[in-house]
Design a protein around this ligand. Structure first.
Ligand code: ATP
Length: 599
């Protein structure tokens, strides 16, 4: 059992800081000797976030996930510290890297009640952007230990408290994964508090290292045992780890690997051993067996074995019986890959918690579709509007929609198209709603399509959105093409057209730079061109989908490739005649067919 020497504070007289804070809030000058520079900088940021200084008003973010590796490793360390503190009025708080409180241990009932009153409790975020200057958010913002004492807090409600926060860095990657904070009454605070917080952060880091070593060792063991025993392809996956043996590396190309991992992800999420027969994008039929590895990270660590059953076209009905499918999560959407389900789940959770969210991803990946479906799932009767930042009347439209107090969901799409002036306008308009109807806010979704992977400068706008969900490009969940194609064809041709197996394979080999929107557009073209009902053959597809190149083509090369395909089609696939009609030699057309990957 420890007694913390709670000596009087060393950070200047509280009256001085209280006066400096008042001066700051009333725009009077604040001397650098009156307040520490790190606190002043944090006050400026808090003011920038337009936080009310007279009260703390935090949104309830979510049910914290207590099975994060951080929470699991920290649990025994925090429990030990709690016991050692033996009833002293010090609260131990663990947050994730965004400042969301995961866990709180408080032995003193009076302090516990006060912390409940100021929402310093699991599920609330003490990020600086919500709570202003405080031990947790300001430590995370600055990336180092931070104590915040009494009147140094931006929000008046916190001035009775003293907090010592320390970010926790992952022992291997060095990335910040969370923060530990010790909070006590202002009158009890002393310099030992920050020292104790630092030691606790070190102990949590050490526990994480021990846990991840055990986990990785268990995975390596499982991998080596099965790799030695079997001639099969073997892969081992964990949250941020992938190992595969030479057979898997040689046999499975990138698209096939993604498909295998997609199947495995779904099966591992169920937490039981599973075996499915499936066709990979390359046309190979395989049996994929998965089993969770003990000691692996929660739910996601597992051993995958892949056995080849046959190639193109030799599938048997028994093999066609796919994995037991989990259902798509959201209404009106198809796709059951782990990547797509992951984004759907996150969008659904954000909508349920009415947490403002940025959906980001390449063009046409389905960002607006996801927002609509999440709204439909959680708030089916409520009005939803979509405003396009790229449209001419955007400002007027945004203002009009947000003035409507009956609005439940607002999607602002193409936020990357906002210029600096419109970013400011959007921020001000959203703040207007936050102030006018704080208890009945609409759910606001921002969709963002970074150009060439470059994130646009959206200034303060992103600070209003505590969550970002990445929506994967179609090539990262290519197995969903198998469901998207019948879904789109059904809608476009009223069930009159279906897709043959060769055509499906061709569609699954395409890289789809325009993603799901492009797939939908291609099928629209096919439906418009085909007048008869029936089965779509590979030759019905536009030229660019019929060729799968191993590299990206220049515009000129793409034109040449399309001309070759058209000529081959016009000449019933006869290469010599196609070459002649294009004025090229037979050797050249053979080389180009190979180079451009024309099937
Ligand atoms: N999983 C899905 N199931 C059914 N339809 C989908 C799915 N994903 C996308 N779509 C459809 O694909 C098209 C493109 O989707 P959407 O407009 O939502 O993409 P986006 O990412 O918002 O596009 P942009 O980048 O242009 O803003 C829409 O017709 C949408 O309904």
């Amino acid at each position: 059992m420890w007694r913390i020497a709670l000596v009087s504070n060393q950070w200047g007289g509280p009256m001085d800081v209280a006066k400096a804070r008042l001066n700051f809030l009333t725009l009077e000058p604040v001397g650098s000797s009156d307040v520490r520079p790190s606190i002043l900088a944090s006050w400026v940021r808090s003011q920038h976030f337009k936080l009310p200084p007279d009260r703390i008003a935090l949104p309830y973010i979510s049910d914290p996930d207590l099975e994060l590796p951080l929470s699991r490793s920290a649990r025994p360390v925090l429990q030990q510290l709690h016991e050692n503190l033996d009833g002293q009025a010090i609260s131990i708080i663990l947050t994730d890297r965004s400042g969301l409180v995961l866990q709180r241990l408080t032995a003193d009932a009076g302090l516990g009640r006060y912390l409940d009153k100021v929402h310093l409790a699991p599920g609330f975020s003490y990020a600086e952007e919500f709570a202003g200057t405080n031990g947790i958010g300001t430590a995370l913002e600055g990336g180092g230990p931070m104590h915040v004492f009494g009147h140094e807090h931006y929000a008046e409600d916190l001035e009775e408290l003293a907090c010592a926060g320390v970010p926790i860095k992952h022992p291997i990657t060095g990335k910040t994964v969370g923060a530990i904070d010790l909070t006590c009454w202002r009158k009890d605070a002393g310099s030992l508090l920050i020292a104790l917080a630092k030691t606790t952060a070190d102990n949590i880091r050490a526990a994480m290292l021990a846990d991840s070593s055990t986990r990785e060792l268990a995975l390596l063991q499982a991998y080596r045992n099965s790799s030695r025993r079997l001639g099969d392809m073997v892969m081992v996956v964990d949250d941020d780890l992938l190992m595969m043996n030479a057979q898997a590396r040689q046999f499975l190309d990138a698209a096939d690997q993604r498909a295998v991992l997609g199947y495995a992800g779904e099966s591992l999420a169920r937490g039981t051993a599973d075996s499915v027969a499936a066709e990979l994008p390359s046309g190979t039929w395989v049996r994929i067996s998965c089993r969770p590895v003990e000691g692996g990270a929660h739910g996601t660590a597992g051993l995958i074995q892949v056995t080849v059953l046959g190639t193109d076209g030799d599938q048997t009905p028994a093999m066609v019986s796919h994995r037991p499918p989990s259902r798509p999560l959201l209404p009106g959407l198809v796709g059951r890959s782990a990547a797509w389900l992951g984004s759907s789940r996150e969008a659904d959770n954000a909508c349920r918690a009415r947490q403002w969210v940025v959906l980001t991803g390449e063009r046409g990946v389905g960002k607006v579709a996801l927002a609509r479906a999440a709204h439909q799932q959680n708030d089916a009767g409520g009005p939803l509007r979509v405003v396009d930042a790229a449209a001419a009347g955007f400002a007027l439209e945004l203002e009009a929609e947000l003035a409507d107090d009956t609005l439940h969901t607002l999607v602002i799409r193409h936020a990357e198209r906002l210029d600096a002036r419109m970013v400011d306008f959007t921020v001000d308009t959203l703040y207007g709603v936050l102030e006018r109807r704080p208890s009945s806010l609409p759910w606001v979704v921002l969709t963002l399509t970074p150009d060439d992977g470059e994130a646009p400068d959206l200034g303060d706008l992103l600070t209003l959105f505590p969550l970002t969900v990445d929506v994967p490009p179609l090539r990262h969940h290519i197995e969903d093409v198998r469901e998207l194609v019948p879904y789109f064809l059904d809608r476009l041709s009223h069930g009159e057209l279906s897709c043959g197996p060769d055509t499906m394979r061709q569609l699954m080999r395409s890289p789809w730079p325009g993603n799901t929107a492009e797939l939908c557009h291609v099928l629209q073209q096919v439906v418009a061109r085909r007048r008869r009902a029936g089965v779509i053959a590979p030759g019905d597809l536009p030229a660019r989908v019929q060729a799968i190149s191993r590299r990206s083509l220049s515009q000129l090369e793409a034109l040449e490739r399309d001309a070759i395909i058209r000529s081959l089609l016009a000449n019933d696939g006869h290469k010599g005649r196609a070459a002649k009609s294009l004025g090229m030699s037979r050797a050249t057309i053979y080389r180009k067919i190979h180079d451009y990957g024309i099937q």
